[in-house]
Design a protein. Structure first.
Lengths: 258, 174
């Protein structure tokens, strides 16, 4: 091995992360090349300085207490009612109570229930549905409330690593209500919220690799219809208690508006 | 079958609070944001504890903390202040660790911290996970979602930058 590749691999060599044969080659080169050997010493000194000089922080007692309390609260809430994720922030009102009955009587896992046992990881459809149901709780629907796409779209900028489409569909009977950021599939996702008479439609989107996939109805659960598709590297999920035909019409509008 | 009760979580995951907080402090660069993120990360970790199938809980937890930091930064207005380590007020861990670090003057450590803060976020993250948290390349790859080769080159580049910033014998042209 000569100088250039050696220099590049010194860092991994110091970490013992190279395959044995490569490490041997580096060691041999260092033994015979004074310049690389000096560079190795400098890199080693850098790493040593970092390890010794970078501070490990000690979690403040207050944080320790906060974490313990939050966990306890979460467990108590989970044990008493299968509730939604925002725990103590939830204000139980009539709507919410109805939701709880729907959730409790369903197989949907919003949270692990009793006994402190945790549920298996959720599927995308369960997470989307959980988010939809959660959004119907008081004050959970939108982070930015506006019927103007020119307010909603910029709101997402800087909050997400992609820009969701926010078409205006009011003339077709689907007024824009606002947007929010939610957390699905272990990542923040955009949710654009539309209305249809008294119904709420949540349109989820997030970047996803893979080929385009046509619109597919997902299994309707608990009175909610759900459609998903993928186009142009974006995964889309739309869910609502709106009837399947109108929801399909909505998706058609959403797609043609792009 | 791993035990997924709160007792088990408190025994295995809660003691890692210093690790979680350290990562959050370096990624958020703000004491208060770091605390909020860690609390959020612990709740999330607890909700997903059923999906943790034993093994080393540290990389598993750090991945959650890291993701929380990222989504927090995307969704929150960044604070204007960037806080550096305040040695005088003992925000750093004291005790036996301090003895190791005594060899390095406080000013050098501040310099180190400034150099680290000037790195690209993905470089800084790799350095913190490697030099402070002591993760392997494979674990760092899992935590950050980057391929091992990327982890390797990020660390190499980050260390070069720091080497230059700290004035440790510049790399000769090769």
């Amino acid at each position: 091995m000569n100088c250039a590749p050696t220099r590049e691999l010194l860092s991994a060599y110091i970490d013992g992360e190279l395959p044995p044969d490569q490490a041997t080659e580096i060691a041999e080169h260092l033994a015979s090349c004074a310049a690389c050997s000096r560079d190795y010493e400098a890199m080693l000194a850098t790493v040593r300085t970092l390890r010794e000089g970078l501070v490990r922080f000690h979690a403040p007692d207050l944080l320790r207490a906060r974490v313990r309390t939050a966990l306890r609260e979460e467990q108590e809430t989970a044990a008493s009612t299968p509730t939604v994720r925002r725990g103590s922030r939830v204000a139980w009102r009539t709507v919410a109570a109805a939701m709880v009955i729907a959730v409790a009587s369903s197989g949907v896992t919003l949270l692990a229930t009793g006994g402190g046992r945790r549920a298996a990881p959720e599927s995308a459809s369960e997470e989307v549905l959980a988010s939809h149901i959660r959004s119907l709780m008081p004050d959970h629907l939108t982070d930015v409330r506006s019927s103007d796409q020119h307010n909603v779209k910029p709101w997402f900028n800087g909050r997400l690593d992609f820009s969701p489409a926010v078409p205006r569909l009011e003339d077709q009977g689907f007024p824009l209500l606002g947007g929010r950021i939610d957390y699905v599939r272990e990542r923040p996702v955009a949710v654009v919220v539309y209305g249809r008479r008294q119904h709420i439609i949540n349109a989820f989107s997030w970047p996803a690799d893979g080929r385009d996939e046509p619109v597919q109805p997902q299994e309707a659960r608990h009175g909610y219809n759900m459609l998903r598709w993928r186009s142009g590297g974006v995964e889309h999920w739309v869910t609502s208690d709106l009837n399947a035909a109108e929801l399909r019409q909505f998706v058609g509008l959403l797609q043609s508006a792009r | 079958m791993p035990d997924s009760t709160l007792e088990s979580f408190e025994r295995i995951v809660v003691p890692l609070l210093d690790d979680a907080y350290t990562l959050a402090r370096y990624l958020m660069r703000d004491e208060h944001d770091a605390q909020d993120v860690v609390q959020e990360a612990y709740l999330r970790a607890w909700r997903h504890y059923g999906g943790f199938h034993g093994g080393d809980a540290r990389p598993w937890l750090l991945a959650i903390v890291r993701n929380c930091c990222h989504s927090w930064r995307r969704t929150s207005r960044p604070r204007q202040t960037v806080e550096y380590v305040d040695e005088e007020h003992g925000s750093a861990e004291s005790g036996q660790r301090a003895t190791d670090a005594d060899a390095i003057a406080a000013s050098d450590r501040a310099e180190l911290r400034v150099a680290l803060d000037q790195l690209l976020p993905e470089y800084r993250e790799a350095i913190v996970l490697r030099e402070i948290e002591g993760l392997t390349y494979k674990e760092i790859a899992n935590v950050t979602g980057a391929p091992i080769g990327t982890v390797m080159s990020r660390l190499a580049r980050a260390r070069r930058r720091l080497q230059e910033a700290l004035g440790f014998g510049a790399q000769e042209a090769s």
